[in-house]
Design a protein around this ligand. Structure first.
Ligand SMILES: NC(=O)c1ccc[n+]([C@@H]2O[C@H](COP(=O)([O-])OP(=O)(O)OC[C@H]3O[C@@H](n4cnc5c(N)ncnc54)[C@H](OP(=O)(O)O)[C@@H]3O)[C@@H](O)[C@H]2O)c1
Length: 397
């Protein structure tokens, strides 16, 4: 039986230029392996702000009008053929993937009342976790999981309910970001010791998520301090989160990995207080320059765009040279690739439901609810651009 939902969406009507309009949207039935969710809370991400403000740089394939947004929490209202994990009425959190190249579907964007989700990218929500809390998770949880677990990135062991210590350490630069908050918890649940960076005001926050040590990334000595803390340890890999994070993370991987290849360990026979050994891999979530200066301009304003693009290309080339010289492998994260490989189900089906239910995984950071209704999303994107610290901006629907 086909159901019809009274749907409305926040449409991005054209490429860039903040052409956001709320209005009616189709009611789309779920296909095999899909569910339809009545969204109760959504979160906004830097990539949404960039897409709205700057245009087609991030998702050049996107057709318009488009519905953006990745993070939803709400109630299941329909299940597609073959879906057995969910029933109508279940409370869920899930990653909306409508902007991805192989989906490109407005019905699968988060910024609307009803969203079609892939079943394997959604998790049931325990009673103790509110929609607002849960909405902070999907894109940044996914980004952290891709970086840590995809074999071509750090390729770490998957998280489990009963972690077994691996005896290895992961460095997470940008531990107080949303991506970092999830990465710390995932790495700990996978049995790794975690060293994180954050501003000192967030040291307790990152330690509370499971980091064993915290360092201030604003200090000139941050790389040396982290290398000191890694002395005698085995590095499993470095996750770089935040603008400008890739360079120092290459230095850490190079310093700690000196004399050892990927996956090598500092065996029991390592001489005295030997420096750390291990992986020379960095997975990076962030590009090396910000595109803020392009906000609200179109690509026809080339005099503004060109210098920023030139800076971007030069910065990338510098990082490539730095990595090659240091023998470090740097991989870029695309936070939705897990939907097409084993990592998506490993997180959303096998790990998150149990970990949220038993409290071993926290929906972090705390939500900052800035409004209600689709029309509050434009303001939420502006609040995001003004900057947050260990908070995620959320709108209720
Ligand atoms: N590749 C992907 O698919 C993907 C997906 C999602 C996000 N991202 C990227 O990941 C990054 C984090 O996104 P998010 O949503 O998690 O961010 P967020 O939560 O909005 O980040 C805010 C935090 O960033 C920290 N911070 C600011 N500048 C930093 C720097 N230079 N190095 C390290 N930390 C810094 C601040 O920490 P303190 O307050 O402690 O100083 C602040 O708490 C962004 O660059 C975003 O574009 C990439």
């Amino acid at each position: 039986m086909t159901m019809t939902h009274d749907n409305s969406a926040l449409w991005l009507t054209k490429k860039g230029g903040r052409r956001l309009e709320s209005g009616p949207a189709p009611s789309t039935p779920p296909k095999a392996g899909e569910i339809v969710v009545r969204n109760r809370a959504i979160a906004v991400n830097p990539v949404d702000w960039m897409t709205v403000s700057i245009g087609g740089m991030v998702y050049p394939w996107l057709t318009y009008p488009a519905v953006l947004g990745s993070d939803v929490a709400g109630d299941v209202v329909e299940v597609g053929p073959g879906v057995t994990r969910f029933q109508v009425g279940d409370r869920v959190v899930g990653m909306a993937v409508g902007v991805e190249k192989n989906r490109n579907a407005a019905a699968e964007g988060a910024f609307q009342l009803f969203t079609v989700l892939l079943e394997h990218m959604a998790s049931p929500l325990p009673d103790g976790v509110s929609y607002e809390n849960a909405a902070v998770l999907p894109l940044t949880l996914s980004t952290a999981a891709c970086g840590l677990f995809e074999p071509q990135l750090l390729g770490l062991d998957l998280p489990t309910a009963k972690p077994v210590a691996t005896g290895q350490t992961v460095v997470i630069w940008g531990g107080s970001t949303s991506v970092g908050s999830n990465a710390i918890q995932l790495a700990v649940a996978a049995g790794y010791d975690v060293i994180a960076t954050a501003s000192p005001k967030n040291f307790d926050y990152v330690r509370g998520l499971g980091a064993s040590q915290a360092f201030d990334y604003n200090n000139d000595s941050a790389v040396a301090d982290i290398l000191g803390a890694l002395t005698g340890k085995t590095l499993a890999g470095v996750l770089a989160v935040g603008t400008g994070s890739t360079g120092p993370c290459i230095e850490i991987a190079a310093g700690a990995g000196a004399g050892a290849g990927v996956g090598a360990t500092a065996g029991a026979g390592a001489a005295g207080a030997a420096s750390a050994r291990g992986s020379k891999r960095v997975a990076t979530a962030s590009v090396p320059v910000t595109f803020d200066a392009l906000a609200n301009r179109t690509w026809t304003r080339l005099p503004v765009a060109v210098p920023i693009l030139v800076r971007f290309v030069l910065a990338q080339a510098r990082l490539t040279r730095q990595a090659r010289k240091a023998g470090v492998t740097v991989g870029s994260i695309w936070g939705a690739t897990l939907k097409d490989n084993f990592v998506g189900p490993a997180i959303y089906r096998d790990f998150l439901p149990r970990a949220l239910a038993d409290g071993s995984f926290r929906a972090a950071p705390e939500p900052l609810v800035v409004g209600a209704g689709l029309d509050a999303i434009a303001g939420a994107l502006d609040s995001l651009h003004e900057g947050v610290s260990a908070r995620k901006i959320v709108v209720t629907l």
